[in-house]
Write a protein that binds this ligand. Structure first.
Ligand SMILES: C[S@@+](CC[C@H](N)C(=O)[O-])C[C@H]1O[C@@H](n2cnc3c(N)ncnc32)[C@H](O)[C@@H]1O
Length: 265
């Protein structure tokens, strides 16, 4: 049985995946914990290897997968390696290294969907918000998420944790919005921006055709560049005194209105 030490070159490479400046340049990312590893296995994510602590062996929750998934490289590592490859103070007993999906393939599939419902994030910076939006988009069966350059990194440990595994269930693409949004318009997809200044009440909007929903940053909302490309502007009506909704809450309201119109009308 191969047992890796903290000095092993592969371990050093994995630990660097936790640091933003290194993570961006890599085609891989790291996930931690039994639940996320289970989800990655179940969802057919592209797994390079799964590492578990050698003293305790493969966690019971993963033992049947370990027997069935002989295509996956299961590696025993020391406790020190687990700690080195963990983003948290109380490391989980297992982590996995995954390969990122091919972004060109993802982009093609998102642009070609007939009835697509896609979420676009323009500068959403809070990792918890990004993760929650990914999870909600998965829950309603949205076709994908496009994350603009000013948003939180989808491969950061915090975003990954807060998706609770939804990260593996739908295409998620990092893209320059100034490039991909005009391409979507050419395909006949409507770009519906959400903002407090918008004119259209979201409950009067038709979500049944191909539509991409654009959400802006926590502080400043949608950027000028993205506003200029919008076809429609949607507002979620508010009756109380709150200035605005949290962006993840706003995304939930609109995604569920989309789900209602598409499947429960
Ligand atoms: C906290 S809000 C941004 C507030 C910002 N000060 C502004 O003026 O746009 C963050 C994002 O949530 C969405 N949002 C929040 N409340 C909304 C509402 N009532 N109607 C439509 N979108 C909303 C929008 O996408 C917005 O860009």
């Amino acid at each position: 049985m191969e047992i890796l030490s903290p000095q092993n070159a592969r371990v050093k490479e994995w630990a660097l995946l936790l640091e933003k400046k290194h993570r961006d340049k890599q085609h891989k990312y790291l996930i931690e914990g039994i639940h996320l590893v289970q989800e990655a296995l179940r969802s057919g994510a592209d797994i390079e290897c799964i590492c578990y602590e050698k003293e305790n062996g493969i966690p019971a929750e993963l033992s049947s997968a370990a027997a069935a998934r002989l295509d996956v490289n299961w590696i025993a590592v020391s406790e020190a390696v687990i700690a080195k490859c963990s983003d948290t103070k109380t490391p989980q007993p297992v982590f996995a290294v995954l390969r990122k999906a091919d972004e060109q393939v993802q982009m093609k599939s998102l642009l070609n969907k007939d009835r697509s419902l896609v979420v676009v994030l323009d500068g959403v910076q809070d990792p918890g918000n990004v993760g929650t939006i990914i999870r909600t988009a998965d829950a309603v069966g949205a076709d994908g998420i496009i994350v603009g350059s000013g948003s939180a990194d989808i491969y950061s440990p915090k975003v990954i944790r807060s998706t609770m595994g939804s990260l593996f269930h739908l295409p998620i693409l990092r893209s320059q919005l100034s490039e991909i949004l005009p391409q979507a318009k050419e395909q006949g997809i409507r770009l519906a921006g959400t903002s407090l200044q918008a004119a259209v009440n979201c409950y009067e909007y038709d979500f049944t055709g191909p539509v991409w929903l654009l959400f802006g940053s926590e502080g400043g909302g949608l950027s000028e560049e993205v506003r200029a490309l919008m076809d429609d502007g949607l507002i979620i009506p508010m009756r109380g005194q709150a200035e605005s909704l949290n962006v993840a809450m706003a995304a939930s309201v609109l995604l569920y209105e989309g789900l209602r119109q598409r499947y429960f009308n």
